[in-house]
Design a protein around this ligand. Structure first.
Ligand code: ADE
Length: 222
């Protein structure tokens, strides 16, 4: 799976995507993450990526020219490998709610995601028509019912959630245990008894019993 992120803050992604499981997945070649700095697709001296909205209103709007250039340059790369199935995603608080089912669907059915991390008050609406006229569609996604300052966190969220659905990204043990026990189950580790301010905090006995049947049952009812 290749993730292409279009952003005006390319360094935001440096730390999160280069640690832990996502770092390992990139090293193994299971996922590729490419960041496109929107400013590099401008022609003017000041590398302007935004401007005031026509008709007035607060904030700034991402300009259409650099965005179209960025998208078409990513799509051009694609034509070298015709088999890639591409989806273009724009992050906006008004988009379709992203969930685990969408993550599974994206991981199964696509291998090239173009993620547009908008900022400010939005992007020039004409991008939708431009893409439509090229036979493409923008899918608007929201990661939750709140407004963030930009689409960079949503992009990282989706990369994370989609990547862990790709075979081999989680270790065999991690994915097997997730299937057996589910996600978000209560878990415990050493010490068996934790003492704090004179009080003892114990691990449920069944988890120490070695009885796998009983342990699985305990997880099921939790
Ligand atoms: N941009 C700003 N807020 C957002 C959200 N909740 N989801 C996706 N993109 C956003």
């Amino acid at each position: 799976m290749k993730f292409n992120i279009i952003t005006i803050f390319p360094h935001i992604f440096d730390s999160y995507l280069n640690e832990s499981i996502l770092k390992r997945a990139q090293k193994k070649g299971l996922i590729k993450i490419k960041i496109y700095d929107l400013r590099k697709f401008t022609k003017d001296k000041h590398r302007k990526v935004d401007d005031k909205p026509f008709g007035g209103g607060p904030g700034m709007v991402i300009k259409i020219e650099p965005l179209v250039k960025a998208i078409s340059s990513i799509l051009k790369l694609k034509t070298k490998n015709q088999k890639l199935k591409t989806k273009i995603v724009l992050f906006t608080p008004g988009g379709k709610q992203f969930d685990n089912e969408t993550a599974i669907n994206l991981a199964r059915n696509y291998d090239n995601l173009i993620l547009i991390a908008g900022r400010y008050e939005g992007i020039d609406e004409r991008i939708k028509k431009v893409l439509h006229n090229s036979g493409l569609k923008i899918h608007e996604l929201s990661i939750g019912p709140y407004v963030l300052t930009g689409g960079e966190l949503p992009a990282m969220t989706i990369i994370d959630a989609v990547s862990r659905q790709i075979k081999g990204v989680l270790g065999k043990r991690e994915s097997l245990e997730e299937k057996r026990f589910g996600i978000g189950m209560p878990v415990y580790t050493r010490p068996e008894i934790f003492i704090y301010k004179g009080k003892k905090y114990r691990v449920p006995k069944v988890l120490l019993s070695g009885n796998h049947k009983k342990i699985e049952e305990w997880h099921r009812i939790k």
